[in-house]
Design a protein around this ligand. Structure first.
Ligand code: ZN
Length: 192
């Protein structure tokens, strides 16, 4: 009757596409339940007792729409869980870090604007130091934070995008204007 539990395999929920053990934290656990009972009885043993008859009906309809992820076979059982859920926007991972500074204006909460500065560390600049200097120069808040790719960047409160180039080249002469770029409408444009 029941499938034999295979604890190491990472099973993805066909309903919410999270790893099955994350369904309860997912957007709609209720909808996941029938699928889980059918496909992941060992992960949510409690479900089976309560909702069995009702679930059987639904589960038959939902029957496995091809979840054949053979991934994660030899992987350690503890670590990879978090990585499964985390995905980079666009999925790209840059291997070689080109030496350049990238500045982007980000609007948060409609009115709040932040200017992000990435890449100064590639020129040997200490980010905490740079963050202090930027905050002081523009009389605003600035902090070193982890960006979407886990790399550190500086977030400066307010729109300082066009004044920041001169400040950077003045303060850190190793950074030439030609190696500074803006992100505008998702495209990288040279500052020079
Ligand atoms: Zn789910």
């Amino acid at each position: 009757m029941a499938e034999k539990p295979q604890p190491v395999r990472v099973l993805y929920c066909a309903v919410c596409s999270l790893p099955a053990e994350y369904c309860e934290f997912g957007p709609d656990f209720e909808k996941c339940k029938p699928w889980l009972i059918e496909n992941a009885p060992d992960i949510y043993p409690d479900l089976i007792k309560g909702v069995k008859e009702e679930a059987d009906k639904v589960a038959n309809q939902l029957k496995t729409t091809g979840i054949s992820s053979g991934a994660g076979d030899g992987a350690a059982t503890s670590a990879p869980k978090q990585e499964e859920v985390k995905r980079l926007p666009g999925g790209k991972v840059k291997k070689k870090a080109k030496q350049e500074v990238v500045i982007e204006k980000v609007i948060r909460n409609k009115r709040k604007c932040i200017t992000t500065v990435k890449g100064l560390e590639l020129f040997g600049v200490k980010l905490t130091d740079a963050s202090k200097k930027l905050g002081k120069k523009f009389a605003t808040g600035a902090s070193v934070v982890k960006g979407p790719t886990e790399k550190e960047q500086i977030d400066v409160q307010g729109d300082i995008a066009y004044d920041v180039v001169e400040f950077i080249t003045d303060t850190w002469p190793d950074v030439s204007e030609s190696s500074i770029f803006f992100i505008e409408d998702g495209r990288k444009v040279p500052a020079a």
